[in-house]
Design a protein around this ligand. Structure first.
Ligand code: G6P
Length: 367
């Protein structure tokens, strides 16, 4: 065990630090000359992408959060309607499937019972194809799918998913950009998206250097009972994933809100005992997010902001962590890293079992 973890105290920490390599491996052989290789989505991919009129994403847990990020990308870049839904809900309702809809599951293990059941149900519906983004090649979900895009995160031992999530985002970005190209995305925006993917391993490595700074921040959270995570756009699901990590391993009650919903409820909870964590890279929603953060400050909330340096100026937060600047594809991945580190360090300070949190399983194979 200690040998496999090498220099790291926990598998989770090792897996966080493996992300530059896991992301590079997931990109390996999938981009050439600034273009995504269309055949990675199957031999008939060009026709499939052209025929795709809608996408239904189904997943659980962390994988569902990856799906929520992809929903923004697919609609923003490809202009294709997309929903992302929890498998345990999907399987017990009567989903309406219009012609030309692609069914897309996301799963690290490929064995999650609800996701597998949803996939089996989808077989009886008029879907265009059933595609899986998965980390385990010989898994049930891979076997039941007609198309597969593997993440290459390698074995993930820590129950709290880290490198599986970021590699899922990479696989979903490849798909979103390729679908968008087939639907006529502007060539410069496509090229920029591909470039951002190629730069990701380096950007993640740079972000990991914030570890000492985040360890210091973690000391502020160790005695807290609650935390609120805020984001907008693709950073709302990043905030959801940050809150999930904190709950899973530190047992601090954490919730994520789309920042615009703050005034519709959670603002009533904000005081000096409720730290507010905002993930706010420099995107088109930044001005709106800044005014949401003002609302938090005005109520005495202690604000922790993870932003790039262009945004840091003029941001009235108690604690600002500067992230490397990144575009619409790379930013959600980059912003995830400090939230993983934060929850890891808080959990270690609280003395919980980081790799095996109570009541949770790595793979939920029963309903
Ligand atoms: C469990 C794990 C989570 C994971 C979820 C979905 O709850 O603890 O980390 O996100 O299952 O798993 P999957 O293997 O389908 O991605």
């Amino acid at each position: 065990d200690a040998v496999e973890r090498g220099e790291y105290a926990h598998y989770m920490l090792k897996e966080i630090h493996e992300q530059p390599v896991a992301v590079a491996d997931t990109l390996e052989g999938r981009i050439a000359g600034g273009k995504i290789l269309t055949q990675i989505f199957g031999v008939d991919a060009e026709r499939l992408l052209a025929d795709t009129q809608a996408v239904h994403i189904i997943a659980c847990g962390t994988s569902y959060h990856a799906g929520l990020v992809a929903r923004y990308w697919i609609e923003q870049l490809a202009g294709v309607p997309c929903t992302a839904e929890i498998a345990s809900e999907y399987r017990y309702r009567d989903p309406v499937v219009k012609e030309g809809t692609l069914f897309l599951t996301i799963s690290q293990s490929g064995e999650t019972a609800d996701t597998l059941a949803a996939l089996k149900l989808a077989k009886d519906r008029p879907y265009l194809a059933r595609m899986a983004v998965c980390n385990v090649p010989e898994s049930s979900i891979v076997r039941e799918s007609s198309l597969v895009l593997m993440t290459r995160a390698g074995p993930e031992i820590g129950v709290a998913s880290t490198k599986a999530f970021t590699t899922q985002l990479v696989a979903l970005a490849l798909f979103s950009l390729e679908l968008a190209r087939a639907k006529g995305l502007d060539a410069a925006r496509y090229a920029d998206g591909v470039r951002q993917l190629e730069q990701l391993p380096g950007l993640i490595a740079e972000t990991l250097k914030l570890d000492a700074e985040i360890l210091e921040l973690a000391t502020h959270f160790a005695d807290k009972q609650h935390a609120l995570f805020l984001g907008r756009g693709t950073h709302w699901p990043v905030a959801m994933e940050g809150a999930l990590k904190l709950k899973e391993i530190s047992y601090i009650h954490a919730e994520a809100y789309a920042a615009g919903e703050l005034k519709h409820g959670p603002l009533a909870l904000v005081d000096e005992e409720m730290p507010v964590i905002a993930v706010a890279p420099n995107d088109r929603l930044i001005d709106k997010l800044k005014s949401n953060l003002e609302e938090v400050r005005a109520r005495g909330g202690v604000l922790y902001a993870f932003v790039d340096e262009t945004v840091a100026h003029g941001l009235d937060a108690a604690h600002v962590v500067i992230l490397p600047a990144a575009g619409e594809i790379a930013a959600p991945v980059v912003s995830t890293i400090p939230l993983q580190l934060l929850s890891y360090h808080v959990a270690v300070l609280r003395g919980t079992d980081v790799d095996q949190p109570r009541n949770l399983a790595k793979s939920v194979t029963v309903e």
